[in-house]
Design a protein around this ligand. Structure first.
Ligand code: ADP
Ligand code: MG
Length: 293
């Protein structure tokens, strides 16, 4: 294996909360996988399956009870490794990150990380400007505003910009669209797609929405009771009904609809992920039966 192309790797990872107490809880149970540079991976599973605990290992926020975490080939818990450098490479956006906005202007909030890195004023300004642009916000109109007067989608994107301003190569986001209104969701998801497609970040999202995963991710990792039970291309994993059932998840509505149609003898593929694909497939089937021209 070429370590240069590997961005994050976890190997036989275990994490136990409150070990040796009556509250002991194994939240990550012998999990192994690697995420390559440039991938877009979604981590899914029911509430309590260990998603948030797992991703906090990617940048060394949590220390494994057992097992290893590698970032760009480096065992991050090996003696002498600077966790600060790891946290700069792997940016972590928490769930509801806007709760951590606290400065009086958007500029100051986004500049917080770069400031802590000890960068010069010009470099900080360059980074803030660039980070806001990357999340689809206009620097000039937003930089002096208070984060608290922004819309939900804007606030969340400001919080994302705060992480991007550290110039990580991997961005890990915990439920990036949860709790937003439909417009805010669209804004945030569009920008996340762009971060991957246009700016080339490696992206890992935790998501509850199989619809969002189908639209965005290339690969999906399924957790169930702290264990990894599936890891593969979204199209393949979303076709594994037994796995989804076990994990308490449902394939996207459109995938289920196509299965229903196929079950009623319509000649359509069932490994469909988006409405656009479904439309093509249904038209093809109708044409072949001479129903439409
Ligand atoms: P998810 O993000 O998939 O909802 P979590 O990683 O938050 O799952 O939680 C996994 C398990 O660990 C759950 O059983 C949860 O109750 C437990 N847990 C999470 N955080 C803590 C904590 N700080 N202390 C003790 N147990 C925790
Ligand atoms: Mg969580």
């Amino acid at each position: 294996m070429n370590s240069v192309t590997v961005s994050i790797r976890v190997k036989n990872l275990y994490y136990i909360y409150n070990p040796g107490t009556p509250f002991q809880r194994c939240a990550v149970d012998d999990v192994s996988f690697e995420i390559k540079s440039g991938e877009f991976v979604a981590i899914v599973g029911e509430t309590g399956s260990g998603k948030s605990t797992l991703i906090q290992h990617f940048n060394g926020l949590l220390k494994p009870t057992r097992g290893q975490v590698f970032v760009d080939g480096v065992d991050i818990w090996k003696k002498g490794v600077q966790l600060k450098a790891i946290r700069q490479k792997v940016g972590l956006v928490f769930q509801y990150p806007e709760h951590q906005l606290f400065e009086e202007t958007v500029f100051k909030d986004v500049a917080f990380g770069p400031n802590n890195m000890g960068l010069g004023e010009d470099e900080i300004k360059r980074r803030v400007e660039q980070a806001l642009k990357m999340v689809g916000l206009d620097y000039k109109t937003i930089c002096d505003r208070s984060p608290f007067e922004l819309s939900g989608g804007e606030k969340r994107r400001v919080a994302m910009a705060g992480v991007i301003a550290m110039e990580p190569s991997v961005i890990v986001m915990d439920e990036p669209a949860s709790g937003l209104d439909p417009r805010g969701r669209d804004e945030v998801l569009t920008e996340i797609r762009e971060l991957h497609r246009e700016f080339g970040f490696t992206v890992v999202i935790v998501s509850h929405s199989m619809e969002d995963v189908a639209k965005l991710a290339q690969r999906v990792i399924v957790l169930h009771r702290a264990k990894l039970i599936a890891d593969g291309p979204v199209r393949v994993v979303f076709g594994m009904e037994d796995i989804l059932n076990k994990a308490g998840l449902e394939a996207p509505q459109i995938t289920r609809l196509m299965k229903e149609l196929a079950g009623r003898n319509m000649k359509v593929r069932t490994n469909i992920l988006t409405v656009g694909e479904a439309k093509q497939e249904i038209l093809k089937a109708l044409r072949s039966e001479g129903c439409v021209s």
